[in-house]
Design a protein around this ligand. Structure first.
Ligand code: HEM
Length: 423
């Protein structure tokens, strides 16, 4: 068997691996959500990195697309925004094209110079001084959540901790009505789900109905904030900035969804991933328990290991030759962070989870270039504080069954993760 991941003892993954290395290259389609739901996509990327690092798939449920799978190649695409666009009008930043009448601009799905102007509006949220203030709040809320967890009883870590804490954080960032905060979770999930019988919403129309509710709810808050003196929440920041004050309704909803999804799914799935990764690697859990100072390198290592967003997508603005392949104007180019983060030419033993790596921030989970995640410091801070509080309280959070994974090749995460804390 080829590949670097150890699938010993897991027959469905072994079969998937054999298939990945034997199927004709031209038939490889790494975008299938089912591969992510079953965690069986890894060997396909191993093979692409080795045999066809810039790979063309001519037919998929998302139409034809290029896959860029090696670390340095992804950075090259990310930094070439003259050729590779993020614009919503061309289809946006995920492999799934949004229907033209439903396209909404947000600053992640925008090119220069408007991108930078809108991004700057929310930057004060993430300054070190503001994060110091948020840290007090995060610690208090984490402590409360952890103190209320059941002991000696199986419960779902995703719902009780990951969703709850990241949703609380979002509510703080928006100064959102506290009792309604789970609406933020719902809107975030609805915004990223694939409509269908197994999805959170059955049809695209159903999704739009819920997102309209989101827009209506926030429009009310916006009206309040715009008539009040500026405050330090994201809505007030946008309401009082020249770059965003007069956004059209689609741009408004686009930025809201960006900030809700950006700050929600990602940190949530890293927090679930952290518990899972430590259980899969008990020697690393032991190391962390014995030396909590390792949290500083453990956090970026989990973010790399989990890679909560599997990809970002660009659209070629002109014909472009890249690594000997002819990308045509209008082609979809998908940068697979999940693959770049397992590129052994850049990362030593990339499949191993090592909480004291020398350079743990060498990873692509936050992207690269002008769109590199604006919430990095907040995400790392949140995870650091939560783990400091966990280690103070619990000797072991035991994963007692396999997680249920999200059906998506964009959001890479967990729907459920059963755990037990010993009393
Ligand atoms: C952009 C990942 C947490 C807000 C991005 C991008 C990625 C990403 C991959 C796109 C980068 C690119 O295209 O090069 C993550 C991960 C997180 C995380 C893995 C947690 C572990 C957060 C948080 C927030 C946030 C807590 C805050 C609310 C944003 C925003 C953008 C963004 C607003 C758009 C930036 C731009 O286009 O300039 N993030 N993110 N993210 N993220 Fe995050």
């Amino acid at each position: 068997m080829h590949g670097t991941i150890d699938h010993a003892g897991d027959s469905h993954l072994r079969a998937a691996s054999d298939k990945a290395w034997s199927v004709p290259l031209a038939e490889i389609d790494v975008s299938q959500p089912e591969l992510f739901r079953t965690d069986s996509f890894w060997p396909y990327f191993d093979r692409l990195r080795r045999e066809d690092p810039v790979h063309y798939c001519k037919d998929s449920m998302f139409g034809p697309y290029w896959s860029v799978t090696k670390y340095n190649d992804i950075m090259d695409i990310e930094t070439n925004h003259a050729v590779f666009s993020s614009a919503a009008s061309l289809g946006g930043i995920t492999i799934r094209d949004v229907a033209p009448d439903l396209r909404r601009e947000s600053f992640i799905a925008m090119d220069q110079p408007r991108h930078s102007a809108q991004r700057k509006t929310v930057a004060p949220m993430f300054t070190p001084t503001h994060l110091d203030q948020l840290a007090i709040n995060i610690r208090k809320r984490s402590a409360e959540c952890l103190d209320n967890l059941p002991v000696n009883e199986v419960f779902d870590w995703v719902d009780k901790v990951s969703i709850e804490l990241t949703t609380q954080m979002l509510a703080v960032l928006f100064d959102f009505p506290w009792e309604d905060r789970r609406k933020l979770t719902r809107w975030s999930d609805v915004a990223t789900t694939l409509p269908g019988p197994d999805g959170l919403v059955a049809t695209e129309e159903d999704r739009q109905v819920e997102l309209l509710e989101c827009a209506t709810y926030f429009a009310k808050l916006w009206k309040e904030r715009i008539n009040q003196p500026p405050k330090s929440d994201l809505l007030s920041m946008m309401a009082h900035s020249d770059a965003t004050r007069d956004m059209d309704p689609k741009n408004f909803l686009g930025n809201l969804i960006l900030l809700i999804v950006g700050g929600n799914d990602t940190t949530r799935n890293t927090l679930s991933g952290s518990v899972y990764a430590l259980n899969k690697n008990p020697d690393q859990y032991k190391k962390l328990r014995e030396n909590p100072d390792l949290i500083d390198s453990f956090v970026p290592e989990v973010i790399r290991w989990q890679t909560p967003l599997a990809h970002m997508r660009r659209t070629a603005l002109e014909d472009f030759e890249f690594r000997g392949r002819q990308i045509k104007k209008g082609d979809k180019v998908v940068m697979w962070y999940v693959s770049g983060n397992r590129d052994d030419e850049i990362i030593d033993r990339p499949y191993d989870f090592i909480i004291d790596r020398a350079r743990p921030r060498t990873h692509l989970s936050f992207g690269f270039g002008i769109h590199r995640c604006v919430g990095i410091r907040l995400a790392e801070l949140q995870l650091k504080i939560i783990w400091e509080e966990i280690l103070k309280r619990f000797d072991n959070i035991e994963v007692v069954g396999e997680p249920k994974r999200v059906y998506s090749s964009f959001v890479k995460g967990y729907e459920t993760l059963p755990v037990r804390i010993a009393g």
